[in-house]
Design a protein around this ligand. Sequence first.
Ligand code: KIV
Ligand code: NA
Length: 265
Amino acid sequence: TRRITAPEIKSRKGATPIVALTSYHATTARIADEHADILLVGDSLGMVLYAMDSTLGVTLDMMIMHGKAVVRGSKKAMVVVDMPFGSYEESPEAAFRSASRVMQETGCGAVKLEGGVQMAGTIRFLTQRGIPVMAHIGLTPQSINTLGGFKTQGRDTALWPLIKADAQAVSEAGAFSVVIEGVVEPLAAEISREIAIPTIGIGGSRECDGQILVLEDMLGYNPKPPRFVKVYGAVGDAIDQAVKAYADDVRSRQFPGDENVYPLK
Ligand code: KIV
Ligand code: NA
């Protein structure tokens, strides 16, 4: 089977909703690949896997390692790898050097980067040189220090034109889709109606052309998930129960059983 491509995703504007999930390694990639159109190797891995308190400490080498694992673990979905903080903002040329490494070393189908109007030139530079780009606007976690925290965007309707301009700019620059994160619902809906490329919501709107969640959030690892998460599983509890059962078995010498050891004959 052939993987879903950037042009295929782009052509899904206003059609069947695009199903996207994050994946950071081969195990989750193999499972999510059965159901999702896009697997995003998000820089949220810094917080989810490495217990960082923001995404700013994630490096290009980390993204490449995890990107390779997700590409190897999947067959059908398009794999998109996040460009980490510091690897693309300086110039289109710097972005191309980083993004071409990501494409070459992981075999992914596209990269994602944060920013709207400011990044439009970079998005155009990359797409014109063979690198499909997914954009990311609204609450952009790599900018928490200038945004002042993980704050929902667009509560002040006077600022809607700025966010709309970001959406329009990335669309016109050639992005094949755009993540809209942490934006008030009516604004996410309006943007989805107004721009030509698919919008993928997370804390967006059901009018977005697709949705994305952090897999670990929807699986129920996070005891206090944010409002935009719908919890579909109790995997945190399942791990807790399994680990407790194992610990009890070891302490009571129930494990290993006869079936788990190698008899001489
Ligand atoms: O890093 C990430 O997981 C993301 C998604 C939440 C869109 O950028
Ligand atoms: Na991200």
